[in-house]
Design a protein. Sequence first.
Length: 317
Amino acid sequence: MAIKKCIEWASDSYTECAEYRDDGYNACSKYEKSCSDWLPWPLSYICDVFEWVCVAWYWVSNLVCVAWTTIVTIVCVAWELVAVIVAPIAILVELILSIPVIGRIIRELISIVAEIGWRIAGIVDAILDVAGIVFPKKLRICIVILKDEKGNPVSSESILQPFIDDAKKIYDDQARVLLLVEGIYEVDKPSPDYALDVHCDGGAWSDDLLMTGSYFERQMKRCALGGLGRLTGYAAPITVFAVRDVKNKKGCSLGPLSDYVTVEGKDPVCFAHEISHALGLWDVSKVDNLANPNCGGTKLKKWQRIIIRNSRHVTYI
């Protein structure tokens, strides 16, 4: 399934390359006609030369686009194949990291190191973003729905789907990031109270160090595709836990300290917002901004787009 998505992404990217080339050719032709109408013969030959140069530019650009897409697709397929091989190792590591306090501190340290390391590694791509050269990238998420004491799910796919769709549109429109939902799962049995009703801010950090973080770590193994990403930190999926209640909030994220966020299952209005925190954004006051804590914004500033696209969770593979 994952390899199939690599191929589907490649197909879409090849189509974008061709559309960019064809639109460019048409623009070159229009410019040449306008130029010829404006300049008298024989100066109009300058317009022909301009068209040749223009067409050559778009031809080379298309070639680069196709070559880049091919390379990324090969890496994507190879990554997924390796992920299958290392999955058992990843599961063992995740069991160790689920140990309260010691395991959780190790997990947070690993997350911080991975965050810093991969942001440095992605500096060239960030420079391209600053220059306005923005290639499509991908962000994987996995959704886990908890169950209350009676075994009833605290949310459902039908409740979450509109917010998933909104998040997909926001990240595509504002950052050219394709949000991929790797799966929506319900836990097998009732979740403990400490996982159903969670805290935010400093309380969320305390939760993560103790039993709540341990429980979430164990549940994240459902996102099997993320095994290699979870080990290296690169292309790691963000797990969204639908919980019963987030104290005084509608959702929460520990930012670079973890690979998961929590949202209130019955009203996941902060779905896209909390993911943005996991990608490195912090709260801002502008009401229409995605990072506004009221969770109603859909816009991103250029610097926010660059931070999001430079995240270890947002990749070409």
